[in-house]
Design a protein around this ligand. Structure first.
Ligand SMILES: NC(=O)c1ccc[n+]([C@@H]2O[C@H](COP(=O)([O-])OP(=O)(O)OC[C@H]3O[C@@H](n4cnc5c(N)ncnc54)[C@H](O)[C@@H]3O)[C@@H](O)[C@H]2O)c1
Length: 390
């Protein structure tokens, strides 16, 4: 009897779901942009017996060729940009792994060519681009999924389960965000910090994860108004020392935010209080809290925020008139498995005709909040968020 009970608890901790892959239909996949994140996609695609990598494109001459050589991929065609690749190849799917500023053009062109798209986060840079992406998706009838691997994490799924169960009652206030004491992502180049390639900084890079964690849990209500602030005191400081203990070399190139904050009103009367930092003189800007009329949930943050949960979830509620705190046991977290499932979910949706695992119509609201913060910060006052019909 005891054994049976323990097995049940173990299942709670691992929660492995093994799905058989149908190899009768092999998908022809192309990679657009062969930088760091493309490597993370490749490390999963090569495990999948129903995927054939047939094409790759990069703006940097020779980069795609070198990249595929490293992955041991033969019979692959190479192109100098997404456009030539999509004009010349018959593809089932592409991974859009370019920097933020080309997310929209690559995704829209692929959808117009009838190709399913797995688009890396953040969705894009502006709300207008996000609207155009959603319109192209609707017109194409193809699958478009946005690359939020934290959604595949079992602890993250538990956040949503708790909120959706009604355990917290009516949600009225949420505080979320995250931070890094020294986490401006320059060691691998400058595409994350230059306005021409990134467009947005910490807000898009890691802010989108915090927003998705809470908005996904509460069912992605529409954002109505935003009061935003952004700054770049650390990134633009030539005397700033990087995490590697070296003086920052890129202060003159830094063209995005390294800190952002926003006060957002959501449909349904929910208030969202958000802050995000790539650099700060602080350990953490705080845990995520979701406050409800029957209980509140604390989601511990991590030192270096990247969308993973830093410790057991805690529910503060009343039991028989007493104020108690219930700690939820953590599932084992596995980022490699999360990445695998992010890609697998997308491919399965193509093959089975299902819904995109992370739908663009949801992330449109995530993007509208980020862009709302940028626009409100420029204007110095609150703005209304108006999203046109898709
Ligand atoms: N999900 C995650 O955990 C995660 C992690 C890192 C980065 N990312 C996201 O992935 C994206 C890329 O990040 P990265 O670190 O790989 O950047 P990167 O700069 O290393 O690589 C981007 C590549 O895209 C190429 N490119 C740009 N426009 C192109 C076009 N039109 N056609 C073909 N190639 C094009 C560039 O030449 C470059 O080689 C960013 O948006 C980032 O936010 C996601």
């Amino acid at each position: 009897m005891a054994d049976k009970r323990d097995a049940g608890l173990d299942a709670f901790k691992t929660n492995q779901e093994v799905k058989t892959i149908d190899t009768k239909r092999v998908l022809r996949v192309g990679i657009i942009g062969t930088g760091w994140i493309a490597g993370a996609h490749m490390s999963q695609y090569v495990k999948m017996p129903d995927v054939k990598i047939v094409a790759a494109a990069d703006l940097v001459p020779g980069k795609a060729e070198e990249f595929m050589k490293k992955w041991g991929i033969e019979d692959c065609n190479f192109y100098p940009s997404h456009k030539e690749m999509l004009d010349n190849e018959e593809l089932d799917a592409v991974s859009v792994c370019t920097y933020n500023c080309t997310h929209a053009e690559c995704t829209i062109y692929a959808l117009e060519k009838g190709v399913n798209v797995l688009l890396e986060k953040p969705m894009c840079v502006t709300t207008e681009e996000a609207v155009e992406i959603c319109r192209a998706e609707k017109k194409s009838g193809k699958i478009l999924s946005i690359g939020f691997q934290p959604r595949c994490d079992e602890n993250m799924k538990m956040v949503k389960k708790i909120v959706q169960s009604g355990e917290l009652g009516q949600i009225y206030y949420i505080q979320t965000g995250g931070g890094r004491r020294k986490g401006i992502p320059t060691p691998f180049g400058t595409t994350f910090i230059e306005e021409i390639s990134a467009g947005i900084g910490a807000l898009g890079d890691i802010g989108c994860y915090s927003l998705d964690m809470v908005l996904n849990a509460i069912g992605y209500p529409k954002p109505l108004t935003v009061t935003g602030y952004k700054s770049a005191f650390f990134g633009k400081d030539p005397n700033y020392f990087t995490a590697q203990g070296k003086p920052a070399e890129y202060a003159d190139l830094f063209g995005v935010d390294d800190f952002g904050a926003g006060f957002i009103r959501l449909e349904g009367g929910i208030i969202l209080d958000f802050r995000i930092a790539w650099a700060m003189h602080l350990d953490t800007p705080g845990d995520t809290i979701i406050m409800g009329t029957k209980g509140s949930l604390r989601i511990p943050s991590t030192d270096c925020w990247n969308g993973s949960i830093g410790g057991p979830l805690k529910i503060y509620h009343e039991v028989a008139g007493s104020s108690v705190c219930t700690e939820i046991p953590m599932f084992a977290s596995d980022n490699d498995k999360n990445f695998y499932n992010k890609l697998r979910g997308f491919l399965d949706a193509i093959k089975e005709g299902g819904q995109a695992p992370v739908p663009a119509r949801e992330i449109l609201y995530n993007q509208a909040i980020i862009d709302g913060i940028v626009q409100s910060s420029k204007l110095g006052h609150e703005i209304e968020i108006n999203i046109p019909e898709i």
